[in-house]
Write a protein that binds this ligand. Structure first.
Ligand SMILES: [Zn+2]
Length: 119
């Protein structure tokens, strides 16, 4: 067994799936891409659950508070659709003009637009 650790895999060693993924042809099929994405979603879901369990244990917050915060975040784009719209332009906190998501700084006034780790 290869004992190199995949830093993105939260402490699990490379396994057969990892090896086969690294030897994929340069143009993986759509099916392969979907499998890779499903695997990443499952891993990220597990990481979120682990972080949530830590927060519950350390801070004493509960599931109802989390559900309320999720609903609040969902509605922050004006739609209760189970997702946060990240496709549209962001308004500058300095001049309130819309800027493309590609820019970290406002193209009009130079203000930092990316103000949270999730922007
Ligand atoms: Zn601006």
């Amino acid at each position: 067994m290869n004992m190199f650790w995949n830093l993105g895999a939260i402490g699990r060693p490379f396994n057969e799936a990892d090896r086969s993924a690294s030897s994929l042809p340069s143009q993986p099929s759509d099916t392969t891409n979907v499998r890779i994405l499903e695997s990443e979603v499952e891993r990220l879901t597990m990481v979120c659950e682990a972080m949530w369990m830590l927060l519950k244990d350390k801070l004493g917050v509960d599931d109802q508070e989390l559900m309320a915060r999720i609903a609040e975040l969902d509605l922050s784009d004006g739609k209760a659709d189970g997702r946060k719209d990240t496709d549209g332009p962001r308004n500058c906190p300095g001049c309130n003009r819309p800027n493309s998501k590609r820019h970290d700084f406002c193209i009009y006034c130079g203000q930092l637009i990316r103000t949270t780790p999730f922007d």
